[in-house]
Design a protein around this ligand. Sequence first.
Ligand SMILES: C[S@@+](CC[C@H](N)C(=O)[O-])C[C@H]1O[C@@H](n2cnc3c(N)ncnc32)[C@H](O)[C@@H]1O
Length: 220
Amino acid sequence: MNSQRDMFLAGEGDQWFQRNKITQDTLQAKAAQDPVLKYLEKSSLTFYSVLEIGASNGWRLAVMQDRFPEARYTGIDPSTQAVENHFDNIQMYQATAERLPFEDGQYDLVIMGFCLYLCDRFDLFKIAAEVDRVLKDGGHIILYDFHSEIPYKNAYAHKNGVFSYKMDYSRLFSWNPGYESIEQVIMPHPGSDDMSPDNLVALNVLKKNAETVWGDNPYV
Ligand SMILES: C[S@@+](CC[C@H](N)C(=O)[O-])C[C@H]1O[C@@H](n2cnc3c(N)ncnc32)[C@H](O)[C@@H]1O
């Protein structure tokens, strides 16, 4: 077994879930500190079908379901235990980011919250392609994760051979003229005011404009 993806499927996802489980009792406190939920409260984004990748037991989706009940909510996670113990009124499937078990163009919002830093580097192109495949044109992506202008890795504290990878994750999509970066907020890790480089996280919001960006040739 040499991929982080296999390790998370085989039990590391369950381990994360057991260490960090959000329950009905801790849900509101967690929600109050979450930059994704704060952004959605103040933004004018409209969405009717939401996918969260690496959603654990779907705690963020459950809060969204309560606040924006007109949408339907789906999550995936490699952890069997997280998926089995998911919050009500959302759908959860066991899967990983590079192979999404969904039809093309099903979602108008895709969220990845502290998931990409754990994904294998050789999966990044596949993950970007899968997110693009399931996202409707005109839809949005929210990426909330570690942030570094210079890509690097740290050893993961909980398992030998696993790494936490840091980079500017908006670049997975922003190179493509069919995606517009509409927000990037760089901040300290939640619960801290330490702005040192190893403690930075970012909230990135990108819009897919695949059809509209490709205008006719302006040079003829
Ligand atoms: C740090 S937790 C974040 C959970 C949740 N998104 C949140 O914001 O609280 C990372 C999650 O990503 C999941 N994960 C790890 N590797 C993954 C992969 N290759 N594809 C999808 N999810 C993955 C883990 O099982 C875990 O639930």
